[in-house]
Ligand binder design. Structure first.
Ligand code: DAH
Length: 327
């Protein structure tokens, strides 16, 4: 068949197709008539091999037909906005997925409420902390082996520890930030994100949450510490749990303890605590001959994991809805 007739047939076929087409055929028709492998494209490609006297007129015809088909398709698309007639707005939609606060946020909120009842307020500090607040003022001098207890993400090295920054390895620096700005009596908790440079596995995450506590006043004793911690643990894990203080070491407390809880048939190590080291009180501008205090620091994920028997800490930082939905 002559090229001229082929071109005319393509146009006629396009016109016929469009008569019976609906909106959803549009993409297919575009490919069929204007695509790179369409009959029209093939025909147009053949034109350049024709003898000179045929090439001009046929080239023009070919382009005309191409433009015509484009225009037809465009017109067709524009005339199809009545497509919404097919929608039935009375069909019930998909039930929306309702979100809720993350279990860590819920737990922090619950602990803030609990401590508010004991007269504690909430204090905050920066996540990018200075070396001075994260270590020195907490009685952890440079080169002291105790620094090995906190694998650190360093951010910048300055001329001294007040000008060197790191991602805080614990919430304890908030103690100093708060003491330096206020006078006793002090009763605060400081919940927040903390960071350690370590390999991640089921029980270790380089980003995690702690809740710090600090109480400073005249006559604060270990008895106060024990009572507050006992009440907090019972509030979260239930009235049956027993707590015990086990001697330990932290540079910022003296004496220092680990708190273990008897939970589900075994002792579980939950947090560190102790009586605030007099040096730390002095660093905070508080007269240690007049005031005493206690402090504690608890891993928030850890207590949630114990309560709900969660075995992999990484669940908290993922988007697995089957996990998150349960809270
Ligand atoms: N800052 C300690 C840590 O991250 C936890 C801690 C222990 C906090 C004893 C305290 C404390 O306030 O008194 O390992």
């Amino acid at each position: 068949m002559a090229l001229r007739d082929i071109l005319k047939e393509i146009l006629a076929a396009a016109e016929a197709d469009l008569k019976s087409a609906t909106f959803k055929d549009l993409e297919q028709l575009k490919i069929k008539y204007l695509g790179r492998k369409s009959a029209l494209s093939l025909a147009l490609r053949q034109i350049k091999d024709l003898p000179d006297d045929e090439r001009g007129p046929l080239g023009r015809l070919g382009n005309e037909i191409k433009q015509k088909i484009s225009a037809m398709l465009e017109q067709f698309a524009a005339g199809q906005d009545h497509i919404v007639d097919d929608l039935d707005f009375t069909i019930p939609g998909i039930e929306p997925l309702m979100g809720h606060l993350h279990p860590i946020t819920q737990t922090i909120g619950d602990l803030i409420d609990f401590f508010a009842g004991l007269g504690f307020s909430v204090a905050e500090g920066p996540e990018v902390e200075t070396e001075e607040y994260n270590f020195d003022l907490l009685n952890i001098p440079p080169d002291h082996p105790a620094r090995d207890m906190w694998d650190t993400f360093w951010v910048s090295r300055g001329k001294d520890s007040a000008h060197s920054t790191l991602l805080r390895t614990h919430t304890s620096p908030v103690q100093l930030r708060y003491m330096r700005e206020s006078k006793p009596p002090i009763r605060i908790i400081a919940p927040g994100r903390t960071f350690r440079y370590e390999a991640e596995d089921a029980t270790h995450s380089s980003v995690f949450y702690q809740l710090e506590g600090l109480m400073v006043d005249k006559g604060i004793t270990l008895g106060h510490l024990k009572a507050v911690i006992d009440a907090m643990v019972k509030h979260i894990l239930g009235d049956d749990v027993k707590t015990r203080l086990r001697p330990s070491y932290f540079p910022f407390t003296e004496p220092s303890f680990e708190v273990d809880v008897w939970f589900e048939g075994r002792w579980l190590e939950l947090m560190g605590c102790g009586m605030v080291n007099p040096k730390v009180l002095e660093n905070g501008g508080i007269d240690s001959s007049v005031y005493t205090g206690f402090a504690f620091g608890m891993g928030i994920e850890r207590i949630i994991m114990a309560k709900y028997k969660i075995t992999d800490i990484r669940n908290f930082y993922g988007t697995n809805f089957d996990f998150l939905k349960q809270f």
